[in-house]
Write a protein that binds this ligand. Sequence first.
Ligand SMILES: Cc1ncc(COP(=O)(O)O)c(C=O)c1O
Length: 397
Amino acid sequence: MRVTERVQNLEYAIRDVVGYARELEKKGKDVIYLNIGDPVSFDFDIPEHIKEALIQAVKEGFNGYSPSEGTLELREAICEKEKKIGGINILPENVIISNGVSEGIQMILGALVEKGDQILVPGPAYPPYISYAEFFGGEAVQYRTSEENGWQPDLDDIRSKITDKTRAIVVINPNNPCGALYDKNVVKEIADLAGEFNIPLISDEIYDQLAYDESLSTASVAKDVPVIGLNGFSKVYLMTGWRLGYVYFYSEDDKNLKELREHITKEARIRLSANTPVQKAAVEALRGPQDHIRRMVEKLRKRRDYSHKRLNEIDGISCAKPKGAFYFFPKVDGIGSRWKNDMAFVRNLLEKTGVLFVHGSGFGTAYGSGHFRGVFLPPIETLEKTFDRLDHFMAST
Ligand SMILES: Cc1ncc(COP(=O)(O)O)c(C=O)c1O
């Protein structure tokens, strides 16, 4: 059977690496999976009141399809949250609920990218932005982020890569895969640049409340430039497997985004609706107690500090300090000599130690090569075991 070229080229490094690990596990190897950013695989859990709200919703009969753009109740709760946390005013009609931020990315790029079009994405990049841009016949062009400077975006590089084919500039802040938190003036300058060229910003804010320093919403500093925001419930509210997110449209002049919003609503209609009972639980997540967030950030801060210290003590590894999200993205000496490439490094490490990371080039070769990505989600004891094994591996390979 013939399959299209667009599916033949699909890749998702974060999950693609799991195959080798499962094979080793079958042979009796103890594998530590540090490849996926899923807090509930470790010692984090969805708060009880949110679980109860889901059970209640199912029992009370919120089980049918919901409006394609999402329930009004949840869209209102999102507007309240965006005002409180992001400092921006949006109306419920400017919010569309998706089955996860992933679906939001697909819908936005489906509406913006034609054959030959480009979007600018941070390099290294979160892979779905590359995959969906290509899926729709376009291309994701990566702009440099500077490792020496905590992976802050390089403004000159962004400017030099804007062409008449550029349809959007993507900002992911706090960032996956680098754990960067962008400086306020950097975000402002990106927004000004986008305004100068009349290009909309796509702002992925899924880690907005998981920051170890002050974070900000892109829209709060964007003047004269439309912002298409993406956020969801997988990380801050730990609802990864429940699959819920949202897209919001922010612009000082509603005209700017009206057409895009209407067409993304049509895309939402063809997939009927987002998960209905989970939308009820999401209202509770946003309006109910928020104290788990502070506890989660404090727990993660300790794990971040420990991981950063241990990684930099290992000969041949250097790591910028993550300031948001839950990822480290260290550089490895000897890629290209001791190991053919970063994929060979990750495979070799897995075979010898059972520790699974993702190769940096899985986030784009231009800026990701020579690195790996791991999560600092596990308890310190697991991290200790991980870094002991990595240390021994680096010393003995
Ligand atoms: C930057 C970023 N955007 C989007 C997603 C996907 O989120 P969701 O579970 O809402 O589809 C992730 C998940 O890791 C992410 O890191």
